[in-house]
Design a protein around this ligand. Structure first.
Ligand SMILES: NC(=O)c1ccc[n+]([C@@H]2O[C@H](COP(=O)([O-])OP(=O)(O)OC[C@H]3O[C@@H](n4cnc5c(N)ncnc54)[C@H](OP(=O)(O)O)[C@@H]3O)[C@@H](O)[C@H]2O)c1
Length: 315
């Protein structure tokens, strides 16, 4: 396969690490951007794959130029983290501003294609949650710049990764036999494995196609939120003990309002308010996207159940 060099921001994250591995498995040169050399595990992992590693802390506005040298496709999997929350590194600073800076630097570096990973429900939920609005503003600005420069711009919109929603559900059921859902748990979603999304991104980088394209992507199986908890309990053999806790959206709305009020002087509360509003949206709307994947949640849960059993056996 002949694909020009990939420049990848957010290469240490759940999806970014998988995207780097998927390109390297096809012998595509990768310039991987990490926040800092302090993340020794990610540096070693990426170097062992044969990626060239660059450092740019987006919160400090560090330069993407060196990483974008000779770029073919520029990809951002960058997103703000819960662990670093201040005004320099919250969702406005990272999901919006850092992604915009990266996208505009890629345009200036004459990238042949730019790919941004956003969220499935981003457009519909942008007026409810600042978390979505921040990422959608990045989409809008990069789309405009790519339009002017004549560079294809691809937006990947996954539903939810196995890393996030479904793993949290599994961990809660495994640890406490407890599953928490918003509302009545009847909304439907098809979560997707990050490796499947990475494979999908590789295909888009090879053939980006139209000037602007959005790809909603999900996994092969559709569940109600309740069924995700039930699947975890079934695989763990604890179905009879499962306790389902339903949080009414109204309670979350009140909590989000209080957090938003506190958010005028606290970046952490501002993030909490945005996350709660995003959770209300996600928990009260279906998120079923065309399937890009072949990896099943049941298989993922079975592997996790084996490792839980192995860790108990080791005691
Ligand atoms: N999680 C989901 O279920 C889900 C669903 C749909 C869409 N998405 C979207 O998919 C994309 C990837 O998500 P993910 O779950 O893989 O995210 P993630 O694991 O949280 O990774 C985020 C990446 O951004 C980097 N980053 C954050 N702040 C930075 C900074 N100041 N400077 C440099 N790098 C920084 C992180 O670096 P560090 O490792 O150094 O923090 C990490 O590499 C995001 O755009 C997300 O919104 C996620």
């Amino acid at each position: 396969m002949t694909t020009a060099r990939i420049c990848l921001a957010g290469a240490s994250g759940y999806l970014g690490a998988r995207v780097a591995a998927a390109f390297r498995a096809r012998a595509v040169p990768v310039s991987a951007i990490l926040r800092s050399p302090g993340d020794g595990a990610a540096v070693s992992q990426l170097r062992s794959l044969g990626a060239d590693v660059f450092f740019a802390d987006a919160a400090r506005h560090e330069d993407y130029g060196p990483a974008l040298k000779d770029v073919g496709t520029a990809i951002s999997c960058m997103a703000s983290r819960n662990v670093h929350v201040d005004r320099a590194s919250d969702f406005w600073a990272i999901d919006r501003d850092a992604n915009i800076r990266f996208g505009l630097a890629a345009v200036a570096a004459h990238a042949r294609c730019i790919i941004l990973v956003a969220t499935y429900e981003g457009v519909a939920s942008r007026y409810c949650s600042a978390l979505s609005e921040a990422k959608e503003q990045a989409v809008d600005v990069i789309a405009a710049a790519c339009g002017i420069a004549g560079i294809p711009f691809v937006v990947i919109r996954p539903t939810a990764y196995f890393s996030d929603l479904t793993n949290r559900a599994f961990d809660s059921v495994a640890a406490h036999h407890r599953y928490t859902e918003i509302g009545d748990g009847t909304r439907r979603i098809n979560p997707v494995d990050g490796d499947d999304v990475a494979t999908f991104i590789v295909a888009r980088a090879i053939a980006p196609g139209a000037a602007r394209a959005d790809y909603p992507v999900g996994g092969p199986d559709v569940f109600t939120f309740r069924q995700i908890g039930e699947l975890a309990a079934e695989v763990l053999g604890t179905r009879a003990a499962l306790q389902v806790r339903a949080i009414p959206p109204g309670v979350l709305r009140v909590a989000a309002g209080l957090a938003a009020a506190g958010g005028t002087c606290s970046a952490r509360l501002r993030r909490t308010a945005a996350i709660l509003r995003w959770m209300i949206y996600a928990g009260t709307h279906d998120a079923v996207a065309p399937s890009c994947g072949e990896r099943h949640l049941r298989t993922n849960y079975e592997a996790r159940a084996r490792s839980v059993a192995a860790s108990w056996a080791a005691f």
